[in-house]
Design a protein around this ligand. Sequence first.
Ligand code: ZN
Length: 213
Amino acid sequence: MYSVDELSTPVPQIINTDHWFSRKEYREPFFVAALLAVTVLHTLSLLSRPESTYLLTTLQAVIYEAFVFNFYYTNLQLSLSAAQKALLDAIPHDVCTVIKQLDLDLEYTLFACCSMCFAQYLPNLDSPHDLYLHHCMHKPDPGGSVCDNALVRRIEGSTPVSWKLIKTFPLQNLHSWIAGLCSCPGIEEHLVASWKKSAPGSRYHDIMKALII
Ligand SMILES: [Zn+2]
């Protein structure tokens, strides 16, 4: 557990870092690579959850076929081992479960981002079915007109009516990021060592080690 003092308030903020230190279940590298591929497509390329589910199901079928491939050529009876069955069953169908299993579910705030002027808007948590402004209110030029670019588009057939952001800007919670950084193995030793000053006359490799700070 690490406490991080808020700059604006003297009350320390406690961030639970237990999950960073819990022993992780071993997973085969190809299995982790497959889950990472889906995670990257979902988080960086904005692959939707239903499309991610389709990809996960396809990966499950591909891995199954890879397991049974040899049986076709060796005329052995087709049956998976218990370990192979367990691995196939362990492939989630929801990308959110994948992200949680990989311990990549970060704390962040998802801003709406205007695709024209890049102004950003916080979600309105008092309106869970309609979290974001529908149009940009920013004035790119002082005294000019409002941008008015669409921030969301309606999801067809949704009941109640729901909206999808056209462009997003996720911002990670700074405190949880610091807590994760401080949980890395050896980071405390590196932080302490960074304050050790070089001997006078020696070569400096970091501006923080200069004599005048
Ligand atoms: Zn705008």
